[in-house]
Design a protein around this ligand. Sequence first.
Ligand code: NOJ
Length: 449
Amino acid sequence: MYFKFPENFMFGAASSACQIESACKEGGKGEDVHEHYFSLYPEKYLNDDPNEGADFYHKYPEDIKMMKELGIKCFRFSISWSRIYPNGPDEVCQAGLDYYADLIDKLIEAGITPFFDLWHCDLPYWVIERNALLNPEFVDWFGAYAETCFRAFGDKVAYWSTINEPNVNVMAAYAWGSTAPFMKDMKLAMQANHIAVLAHYRAVKIFRELGCKGKIGVVVHIQLTYAPSMDMKDQEAAERDMSFYSTWWTDSMLKGYYPKNLMDYPYIADLLPEGWEKDLKENFIESDFLGINYYSSYIVGYAEDGKLDYEIVTGDKLPKDDYGFTINPQGMYDTIMEMQKRHPGLELIITENGIGRKRTGNYEEELDDDYRINYLREHLRAVARAVEAGAPVTGYLHWSIMDTTELYGGGYSILFGLTQVRFDKPDKQRIPRKSWYYYQKIIAEKAVN
Ligand code: NOJ
């Protein structure tokens, strides 16, 4: 099998500030949510200090050289809000702006398109102190932060994402209690989600008003759900599950409404804040693309006693990676097709896809990652098939350019990197894994076989 990608297809890689920057106390940065909670509950982060990571903050010139050698044409990264607004909503830190300005310039000099997220899982702690997404003022703070970034870099950054994985990010923090501030309350989560939707609209509106040159969108973790049978009850349960984990956000952020199949479901509408309909109607604004983070798919069917969020995963025979994500390359193709159907004409970018492997501690052996090569091959074949079938997918960004810290309880013990980071060495040396060379060849040939 041989699949050729279009000439201008954008191969790239992704990462985020709080997962690789480190240097938490430098450049005037304020405390962020993870640093704060790490100091209180280190065990929730497997004792892995976010400050002791890959040190991209200092090593980015060297990393960009490696990216150029790899041949990627796009690097997705995030701006750390607490580097730009360290202490509160009124004071901008010039050193933070200078840092990202240089990073962006160096990427452009290397021929790499910058793709920046405004918020990738790392709220400043002052936002948490002010009740974060449960405070409607969040929309103003986020808007002001977005405006500062657009004014500073709006003419250089080609792709902006407002929020990375609002679905996982907000639900993990407010509904599942698995990431800071560790809350478990569905009503609070749905209210926080609503504020995230409004914050997305606000940033897009400002972007348009300023006439920025690039494109703006949102990145959603799409968890594809299959039904185990043709039975209508199973079909509906699978559809609800997909709405609950994914299309709640794609529909609201990109189309301006919450999915009907959930709104018709008992109790869901009651979880939303008063005035939600008016909020959506008055503030909705179109985006330019949808970023798809695709890792896994599930098979979800109807269960007699199943509540929406506990519907039974049946017939789940899919293999899993060490992080617990199911592995299903066909799901990549199906996800793209599903999103194309739901958002006709909208540009789609695979903003994340990758495989996590448990750290063994044997750095030599961990360079040999045939499992990642297989994963990459199968998922890229699926992307290529979707492009051939006419889907408007313009890029694929692998997660991750290098080993990171995982925020959802994986710490430095789950490795996603094409590049190994020697966390044991003071200089955090980078070493390309076998998959790095494999991806380099794919990028050079613009083909996968
Ligand atoms: C998606 C998130 O955006 C990223 O932060 C995380 O590390 C990867 N998934 C892998 O879990």
